[in-house]
Ligand binder design. Structure first.
Ligand SMILES: [Zn+2]
Length: 87
């Protein structure tokens, strides 16, 4: 999920928390029998340049990167803390 930028046309690899923006996506998945609903929390990352013009949206149940100006369901963004990953 977080290994690379969610933008499919971007090759940036996730290395530092301060670079770009992490989006938290909450989804509810219903079991095939329709009796149980499971809450799933997933995290996606957009690199610095992509996060300035794009956001994470959920389309047909799948998170994807979309231009910021479009009006769709928006994932809640979390500002990355100023901290480096070790290793
Ligand atoms: Zn990117």
């Amino acid at each position: 999920m977080l290994s690379s930028c969610l933008n499919p046309s971007c090759n940036a690899s996730f290395r530092y928390l301060y670079d770009g923006r992490i989006f938290t996506v909450e989804r509810f998945v219903t079991s095939p029998d329709g009796l149980n609903t499971e809450r799933i929390i997933e995290h996606y990352w957009l690199c610095g340049p992509c996060s300035r013009s794009m956001k994470v949206v959920v389309e047909n149940g799948a998170p994807t990167a979309a231009p910021i100006h479009t009006e769709r369901t928006t994932a809640s963004g979390v500002d990355a803390p100023r901290q480096c990953l070790v290793g």
